[in-house]
Ligand binder design. Structure first.
Ligand SMILES: [Fe+2]
Length: 358
């Protein structure tokens, strides 16, 4: 019988940069000429947003935000180390990195033996410019163990279950994997002591209608094409939820100990058009968090894709996979924390769903 540990984390790109650059995404939005000036004036922002911005464009509060995120990451890392998985399965988005114009798979399991990447050469969407927080050079190589057999086992099980997932044995457009996965491992090894757990990356097309049109990143309001020019949609929340449930069933009946990880922040300001891309949809994220705590998984499964898109929660499709898996296993978080932020682009959540008996 397989054993499963459920986890949720963030791969928030600005955490890889320095505190003075952490509000960089908002600073970019404030340069968008199509956003009305009065909305860009901090004096008109919600009080908490003003407080985070402070007198130094968020630098002081960035240090606090980093501390909180690292505390969550420490806890998740300890849970993985205690569990000693055969592999760590990460649901993450591909933001026009490995998958571009020639193919956009809705779901793809990257069944690699080893991942070798140069994360600072990638210039992935949202990654901060300038020095990274570790002062690693562009030549720095991150080597991550894979688990091809485990990945093949999962792909076979899902296809047999009726989920015709894609799989790949080597990268397409990248040497390595996208930043959702690289950042996850980099942050779980923030203190650079090493991360020896094998990783299987499970790529989800979270960006859907914006994956090619927006190159999986931010755009200015004036450059936003009309709806009919956008790409086809991502898989729906319901489909991701059901994929997670099927994943749990396959792994439960398999021979592996697996830590399944949803990797993403929640609502993203730069995708939240209702607030002029200035801050994330805090109310909507709160409602999802409440539902997660109480095990109200129908709230997750029944949410229409349009609501997710309107709230800038595209990357949460990774968490919909986790929610489906935990619903299947009838678990609620044994520990979790929800971190709100107006200025630092997104709300973040960390969660642990322990394997019974651990
Ligand atoms: Fe992402």
């Amino acid at each position: 019988m397989g054993e499963i540990l459920g986890l949720g984390i963030t791969h928030y790109p600005p955490l890889a940069g320095r505190d003075e650059n952490m509000s960089g995404i908002l600073r970019g939005t404030l340069r968008d000429p199509a956003i009305p000036a009065e909305l860009k004036n901090p004096a008109n922002w919600p009080p908490l947003m003003q407080q985070e911005w402070g007198s130094d464009q968020g630098k002081t509060m960035a240090a606090e935000h980093r501390k909180t995120l690292l505390a969550g990451l420490d806890r998740i890392r300890a849970a993985i180390d205690d569990f000693q998985p055969d592999f760590v399965l990460i649901w993450g988005d591909d933001q026009y990195e490995n998958f571009t114009e020639d193919i956009i798979p809705p779901f793809c399991i990257l069944a690699y033996d080893t991942i070798q990447a140069q994360p600072w050469k990638l210039k992935a969407p949202g990654m901060p410019g300038g020095a990274n927080v570790w002062s690693e050079s562009e030549e720095f190589v991150s080597t991550i163990r894979g688990n091809r057999e485990g990945a093949k086992f999962l792909a076979s099980g899902l296809i047999t279950e009726g989920f015709d997932v894609c799989y790949a044995y080597r990268p397409l457009h990248l040497q390595g994997v996208g930043h959702a996965f690289l950042n996850s491992v980099a942050y779980l090894d923030y203190y650079r002591k090493g991360f020896n757990h094998p990783v299987v990356c499970f790529s989800i097309n979270c960006y859907g209608r914006r994956v090619i049109t927006f190159r999986g990143g931010a755009a200015r309001f004036g450059d936003t094409p009309p709806a009919e020019k956008l790409d086809p949609p991502s898989p729906s929340p319901q489909r991701c939820f059901d994929l997670g449930a099927a994943t749990a069933r396959v792994l439960k009946d398999g021979p592996y100990r697996v830590a399944v990880v949803a990797s993403s922040s929640w609502s993203h300001a730069f995708l939240h058009d209702k607030a002029w891309r200035l801050h994330p949809d805090i109310e909507s994220d709160r409602a999802f968090y409440e539902a997660l705590l109480s095990g109200n998984y129908s709230k997750w499964r029944d949410t229409p894709l349009k609501d997710v898109e309107d709230s800038g929660q595209q990357e949460m499709l990774n968490w919909f996979c986790l929610a489906g898996a935990m619903s299947e296993l009838k678990r609620t978080p044994s520990w979790s924390t929800f971190i709100e932020s107006y200025v630092f682009n997104s709300n973040k959540c960390f969660a642990i769903f322990e394997h019974p008996g651990n």
